[in-house]
Design a protein around this ligand. Structure first.
Ligand SMILES: NC(=O)c1ccc[n+]([C@@H]2O[C@H](COP(=O)([O-])OP(=O)(O)OC[C@H]3O[C@@H](n4cnc5c(N)ncnc54)[C@H](O)[C@@H]3O)[C@@H](O)[C@H]2O)c1
Length: 350
């Protein structure tokens, strides 16, 4: 039986990957998570419920309570498990949170990643290594693209970006936030282990990754948190850009499906922009409208006339490279269906 080692297994993406690889590909799953999300974001970010769900639902699931910053722990774990594939999703994931916890952020995102890469190189250099990166590696440079203002959203005015932002876009000389900077460090080192050591690595620069199993909080997990606010009649705070800022949203199932496609046909040192693309993009105002349709409740919101530092005004991923390299992969979960599932999930959880 093939073995998958997945870090951040109790999180949104990690848990989806556990299920997908166990059920669809028959892998034995080794999850690594220490519930650090509860330390980063407080009790609202707690992911133990998801860990318990995995232990209940996946036969033979092995949970490893290890902090990826623990270098020796990671080296010993990889030497013991010798996985056939590694998916790395553990992270301090918040743009805004990073400034207050800069050491924890960098140690988790950058140092944790090299701990895993080096451990993989020593234990199983042939095993595909999939790293969850972020579109924040592009910093605020996407905001330099000419935009047009539409009734409910911003969009690119420059036809060069009609399909969205592609992987050649510069990651240099822009404001990233400390989170973006620690993720750039990780992204580059993952590419380097691919190029320098010929390991089958890839970086997935995620747009908004979402789904019913997110423990959304104000500082991370945009749609999940927005829906939760709607259901609890709590005010959602819009930070600047008239609420017309655009994100592309991809369901965690489609993320897991892409990771599986890469693991089955790996390449070296690849980079992909992984998001919902233009079709699954929405502004905050548009997300309110779709959510209201499913909950029947009006979204309560307040407007803060100051944008989040380095926040993108309009971002959607150009998915053409992914589809070109993996023609059988496509988005299967529409934005509306994704929001419907998030509404259902919160109804059961709150
Ligand atoms: N959700 C998004 O919108 C989004 C967008 C772009 C990129 N990403 C990236 O995708 C990845 C997964 O994101 P997610 O939304 O599933 O996050 P998540 O917070 O839901 O899951 C991450 C998990 O990692 C665990 N973790 C954190 N630090 C750890 C450590 N030091 N040791 C062990 N476990 C640790 C947490 O407890 C949590 O369960 C991250 O790398 C994130 O930066 C997410």
């Amino acid at each position: 039986m093939k073995k998958l080692l997945i870090t951040g297994s109790s999180g949104l993406i990690g848990s989806e990957v556990c299920h997908y690889f166990a059920k669809e590909l028959g892998y034995e799953i080794h999850g690594v998570d220490n519930n650090q999300r509860a330390i980063f974001f407080g009790p609202q970010g707690d992911t133990r419920w998801n860990q318990q769900r995995l232990q209940r639902e996946i036969k033979g699931f092995v949970h490893h309570e290890i902090d990826i910053r623990d270098r020796q722990g990671v080296l010993d774990l990889l030497a013991m498990v010798k996985p056939d594939a590694i998916v790395h999703t553990a992270a301090q994931p918040s743009h805004d949170r990073a400034a207050a916890i800069s050491f924890d952020d960098f140690d988790t995102n950058a140092v944790g990643t090299i701990n895993l890469l080096e451990a993989a190189r020593r234990a199983c250099p042939e095993s595909p290594f999939v790293h969850m990166s972020t579109n924040k590696v592009y910093g605020d440079r996407p905001n330099t693209i000419a935009l047009k203002e539409l009734e409910t959203r911003w969009d690119y005015a420059d036809p060069a970006f009609a399909h969205g932002i592609a992987e050649e876009f510069s990651i240099d000389q822009s404001k990233h936030s400390l989170f973006g900077a620690s993720k750039v460090a990780a992204d580059i080192v993952v590419q380097e282990y691919g190029r320098y050591f010929n390991m089958p690595t890839c970086c997935l620069r995620g747009g908004c990754l979402t789904g019913p199993n997110h423990s959304g909080v104000e500082l991370h997990g945009f749609l999940s948190y927005l829906v939760k606010c709607n259901l609890e009649a709590k005010e959602y705070r819009i930070f600047g850009y008239k609420g017309k800022q655009v994100r592309d949203n991809i369901h965690s199932l489609d993320v897991a499906r892409f990771m599986a496609a890469f693991v089955q046909a790996p390449r070296e040192a690849e980079v992909y922009n992984l998001g919902g693309g233009k079709e699954n993009s929405c502004s905050i105002l548009e997300a309110f409208a779709i959510t209201e349709k499913f909950t029947g409740k009006k979204q309560q919101s307040t407007y803060v006339d100051e944008n989040r530092i380095g926040d993108h005004i309009c971002y959607y991923s150009d998915l053409r490279k992914m589809k070109d390299h993996f023609p059988s992969w496509d988005i299967t979960q529409s934005l509306e269906e994704t929001i419907r599932q998030i509404v259902d999930a919160w109804r059961n959880r709150i």
